[in-house]
Design a binder for this molecule. Sequence first.
Ligand SMILES: Cc1ncc(COP(=O)(O)O)c(C=O)c1O
Length: 368
Amino acid sequence: MNRPAPVSARLPEFTWDTLDAAAGLAAAHPDGPINLSMGTPVDPVPALIRQALADASDAPGYPLTAGTPALRDAIAAWVARACGAGVDGLGVLPTVGSKELVAWLPTLLGIGPGDVVVVPSIAYPTYEDGARLAGATVVRADSLTAVGPTPRVRLVWVNSPGNPTGRVLPAPHLRKVVDWARERGAVVASDECYLPLGWDAEPVSVLSPEVCGGSYDGVLAVHSLSKRSNLAGYRAGFVAGDPALVAELLKVRKHAGMIVPAPVQAAMVAALRDERHAEEQRERYRARRAVLRAAFAAAGFTVEHSEAGLYLWLTRDEDCWETVDRLARRGILVAAGAFYGPAGARHVRAALTESDERVAAVADRLRG
Ligand SMILES: Cc1ncc(COP(=O)(O)O)c(C=O)c1O
């Protein structure tokens, strides 16, 4: 039988599987592993969000792909507050978490073989996966001058605050990217899922007037409630920006059945209207970050960037797998920097997503 080549053959090995050996080592610690390898929230879903989900659980009919009017309003109001964006002419669309949008955006935008997608040199792997699913070519670059005269750049990903580095891109940098892309008719997709987590720097949205000049032409901001509101398990995200691009995404997503479930839409409304729970969660992360940062610095690690977001970007100036192994022997599991591109090969990433008690134990384990 002549089967087509498997789609998975276009994708790299699923990176997390390569951590299995280290996970086994960390699990052997007598007090159990401290898992800082994934940015998966561990604190409870706030009660008001769970209530909204439960109240909307009688949902026999199909939900709207575009989102309920209440959700669309709540997204626009949040974007206005958090991104400093005007809501006039702003397109908004809920997504099933943001990872699916990241993975399918090139395909949904009609990008394909012969087209180029630019991703940060050290990046969340799904930008590259999405380009590969579409059959496009990936170029890793942090400055567009490094992209050179490459033809057919169709999409440029930026990610500030960045995963894994915690780096914040200043407004003039983002502005240059937007200008560069507009001159070439390329789209700028700005993954802003860590925007509410600024510590030593104030993250700026691509939708802010100082970046996009008050026009949403060619720009999309990708947001997630996974980290802000502990909703990773609900799969709740959205995209906002260029109304023509968002309308096109909606058209295709309607055909493809990429719909946020009705109870989750109701939960998103409650989450977006409330800043209090987000502020409380932010303070938890602020406290954990201070403890972890001090513990790793005392153990001889250099903390690079990390001025915002959910991670510490650490190095001992050795190969990342040596560091992963060294920490795993002490019962601490971190992500290898190599997951995020060749430029991350001498770093590891530690997430702020463990309980206060486990975070407090890190310093002792590093000393012991
Ligand atoms: C940079 C970045 N973008 C997107 C996502 C996806 O988040 P979600 O699908 O939970 O919204 C993550 C998850 O960790 C991430 O780090």
